[in-house]
Design a binder for this molecule. Structure first.
Ligand code: S3P
Length: 187
């Protein structure tokens, strides 16, 4: 029989994830990559998972199977990443639309919503062609409408992070500070 203090078996605290949500073009992917390297965390992107696992581009999934089929794949990707820990999880802009997605992402993650004005989003991504929802003659009007419709969903995030008029360094510093305080409080 071993001597000394009895070992108490208790579940180990898992290092939480940083979850980045927000409208298209708010910088989730680039912020996610930089954060993960600075914090030595892994980085995953739900859109990448969908494309890798389906072997198709998002544009093609929308065109061939429609948005509901894409949302189903997105929920499956969320289910997968939300079981991980120590990840920076970048998500697609519409992930917030399903309550179940947000619930899962919050279970082991601090959710940050990156925000930007419609004009800024248009300036950043208005010329790109890989976002099916913005392939319309008046992309700026579509961005304005979608931002208004989605506002209550994005507001479910734990923290809102303004990106318009802020430097990349300021955005990273804010998220790191909040995340580190949150982790420290829960130890
Ligand atoms: C979408 C955002 C996209 C991608 C898909 C749908 C959305 O991701 O998931 O085109 O509904 O806002 P990004 O936010 O990374 O562009």
């Amino acid at each position: 029989m071993s001597r000394g203090r009895k070992q108490v078996k208790r579940p180990l605290k898992r290092k939480p994830n940083i979850v980045l949500v927000g409208f298209m073009g708010t910088g989730k992917t680039s912020v996610g990559r930089r954060l993960s390297s600075q914090l030595r965390m892994h980085c995953v992107d739900t859109d990448d998972i969908i494309e890798q696992e389906s072997g198709r581009r998002i544009n093609d999934i929308f065109a061939e199977d429609g948005e509901p089929a894409f949302r189903q794949l997105e929920s499956e990707a969320v289910h997968k990443v939300s079981k991980m820990c120590n990840q920076v999880i970048a998500t697609g802009g519409g992930v917030v639309l399903k309550e179940a997605n947000m619930k899962k992402l919050k279970q082991n993650g601090v959710v940050f919503c990156l925000t930007a004005t419609a004009e800024e989003i248009y300036r950043r991504i208005g010329h790109q062609t890989h976002r099916p929802l913005l392939q319309t003659p008046d992309a700026l009007a579509k961005i304005r409408t979608m931002l208004a419709e989605r506002h209550p969903y994005y507001a479910q995030a734990d923290y809102m992070v303004k990106t318009t008029g802020c430097s990349f360094g300021e955005i990273l510093a804010y998220i790191k500070k909040v995340f580190q305080h949150t982790v420290a409080r829960n130890l």
